[in-house]
Design a protein around this ligand. Structure first.
Ligand code: ZN
Length: 369
């Protein structure tokens, strides 16, 4: 299982002068159906890394080890991606199975390249769910596709507790209000204890509207800042209904985040500062190392050119506009651009079905300067 701890330990490894080879491999059954397809994908990556291996003999050994591991066969049950790290001179070898697909790539550096793992850990963080009304409080944790109810952690509702000595507000409504407040406070506290311990990435709340408004005020700041929305379900809803609404909300949150990035891009392009749209300009910005976040429409592919001398990417060949060398054809220059974001440690947002991005040319870049 991939955790913060695993990623931290990897990040701390230092080749001590020897290069470290990192390989991410997509083994998602839905995209790469047969083991032979996975092997072919790896061969493609290894070919691309060949110039580096020619300069560094130990990288060649790393690539052989990675290839041997994949050829031995991968148990793909529940595994949709692989992360492999090798530093032959230091006898360092680590494989991590990933429950989500990754963008396949090989990179060589002085340390393991853990950027994609970090975003994966973020994506895999559990989601906390709390449902409340005046009588009930229920807690759930959603993790790795499963929603588990943990309502036993909410304390017993206070019954007939003594407020008569504390105030002069002895009237029944005040008493009931006080009971409800106490109930919601204890629910908010139980939610914090559970969700903080589980390090949730987001929380969603649902139930009766008036109780929701009240409990939202009572949430610990740790939960408030992770609150992503409300589920339109009653507090007594069956767990399957809760799960359905949660998945809808999660998809909406993802689409909203993508839309916000595209809106930033559109504004930046419109203002003519810190943003470019279209493949030509995006590739040029990558070449100038000015990209902060590359924004790409999922499924966008186009053949193009790569300069073996300076690494520049272009839609039109065959002479490199940067250095004048003869460029080589590549099947998919968009994929090359995505690989380049990893090499340059800049951000990458892949948007699903965003019409605004399609209008901008299916690719664009937010610029550092
Ligand atoms: Zn060049």
């Amino acid at each position: 299982m991939i955790t913060d701890q695993v990623v931290r330990e990897l990040a701390e490894f230092d080749g001590d002068g020897s290069p470290v080879t990192t390989c991410y491999l997509n083994v998602d059954g839905r995209q790469n159906l047969r083991p032979v397809d996975v092997e072919r994908e790896l061969e493609r990556l290894v070919r691309r890394a060949a110039p580096v291996a020619a300069d560094e003999p130990s990288v060649s050994a790393d690539l052989q080890r990675i290839t041997a591991h994949v050829r031995d066969g991968i148990d793909r049950k529940g595994v949709r991606g692989l992360a492999m790290f090798s530093c032959a001179p230091r006898e360092f070898w680590k494989v991590i199975s990933l429950p989500l697909p990754v963008h396949s790539r090989i990179s060589v550096g002085h340390a393991p390249s853990v950027g994609p793992l970090e975003s994966l850990v973020e994506e895999l963080r559990p989601i906390g769910v709390m449902l409340v009304d005046r009588q009930r409080a229920r807690l759930f944790v959603y993790e790795m596709g499963a929603l588990t109810e943990r309502s036993e952690l909410v304390g017993e509702l206070p019954r007939d507790y003594d407020i008569r000595d504390q105030s002069s507000r002895g009237e029944p409504t005040a008493h009931v209000d006080e009971l409800i407040l106490q109930h919601l406070r204890s629910a908010a506290k139980a939610a914090f204890d559970l969700f903080h311990e589980r390090e949730v990435g987001h929380i969603a709340i649902g139930g009766a509207p008036e109780a929701l408004a009240q409990v939202e005020e009572l949430l610990h700041p740790y939960l408030k800042e992770r609150l992503v929305g409300r589920l339109r379900v009653p507090a007594a809803a069956p767990i399957d209904e809760v799960r359905t609404h949660l998945l809808d909300l999660q998809a909406q949150v993802e689409r909203d985040a993508e839309a916000a990035t595209v809106a930033r891009l559109r504004d930046a392009v419109g203002a003519g500062t810190k943003g470019v749209a279209g493949l030509d300009d995006a590739l040029a910005a990558l070449g100038d190392r000015r990209v902060d976040v590359l924004v790409v429409s999922e499924g966008f592919e186009q053949p193009g050119w790569r300069c073996p001398a300076c690494g520049a990417l272009a839609v039109v060949g065959s002479t490199c506009a940067t250095c004048g060398a003869e460029m080589a054809r590549v099947d998919d220059v968009v994929d090359e651009a995505i690989q380049e974001t990893f090499a340059q440690s800049c951000g990458l947002e892949i948007c699903v079905g965003n019409a605004d991005l399609d209008v901008l040319g299916r690719i664009g870049a937010l610029l550092r300067y």
